[in-house]
Design a protein around this ligand. Sequence first.
Ligand SMILES: *Cc1c(COP(=O)(O)O)cnc(C)c1O
Length: 358
Amino acid sequence: MPRPLVATIDISALQHNLRIAKSHALDAKIWAVVKANAYGHGLERGIRGFAEADGLALIEPENALRLRELGWQKPILLLEGIFDAADLETVVRARLEFAIHCIEQIVWLERAGLSGPFDVHLKMNSGMNRLGFKPEAYRAAYQRLRANPAVRNITLMTHFANADDPLNPGLPLQQQAQQFEQGISGLSEERSVANSAADLMHPELKSDWVRPGIMLYGATPGGASAEQFGLKPAMTLTSKIIGIQRIGAGEAVGYGSRFVAAAPMVIGVVACGYADGYPRHAPNGTPVLVDGARTTTVGRVSMDMFSVDLTNVQGAAVGSAVTLWGNGLPIDEVAHAAGTIGYELMCALAARVKVVDL
Ligand SMILES: *Cc1c(COP(=O)(O)O)cnc(C)c1O
């Protein structure tokens, strides 16, 4: 028998969340983002969940190939483009669209001398200072791609740093949007600008394509809770209580004895640890459900287990059901308690965790 730790994926939640993304995107087409193994949910489930999307977008060339092997026929986009000239072989084999964010990628494409036709997404660094051409260098990159007979469509692409926090003084959303507009002025090609946060909260941003990721999996990109946006959790991580300890006041729990009981307590041990993707830095007090009742973690998370307070959970016993996140306990709440974001928790789900369909 495997361990009782299971991630259950609700394909209908993926489908539901895609419909929410579409309703916000108005007329824009949708790249459903499936990088990082569909944010931990599995590529094959991404294909089923996002069958109605206009295309799938990801980072990993080998997984793009896998999407084709799994039968995805519609467009596929490499969001960071190719990492090496040799990746062009994958691009051709899997008929991939790809981002162009630096001059080296343009040179690789020219030197390869392939006939294409290639559909590329020319990325502007509109202020985030991660990938892309600065606005003043954008036009030259555009012209150079246009001069390459193998290039067919060029989509105008950028990425926002603060769509979830538009007035961020470090880089207001409006400033980035203006930089982008200036850099592309006079160009009539399609635009691709919006991640989940921009899709949900900034309909004023003109975009022909949106690129939602996190919202499709039922977690929030920020700004409001997933539930307030009408999103449903796609992944529910559950386990069981595998041991119980009754401790007295002054007794400690776990490595480092970081939790000391102030009064007699009942402690439950959950089969789930940091080797499963549960955050080791989750402090005492991180929320957990046991038999549907809300309680909290106590003591350090260890590799294969952590402990919870069962003192006030009536009837809890070895075998009691535990929810780590998902239905009944938003992943964003657990992430917040642990000082991280839902993205990191779902992407970090470890390979040893059994994943099943609802
Ligand atoms: C990951 C990614 C997205 C999706 O972002 P979410 O915040 O998960 O919606 C969109 N665009 C690019 C370029 C990305 O890398």
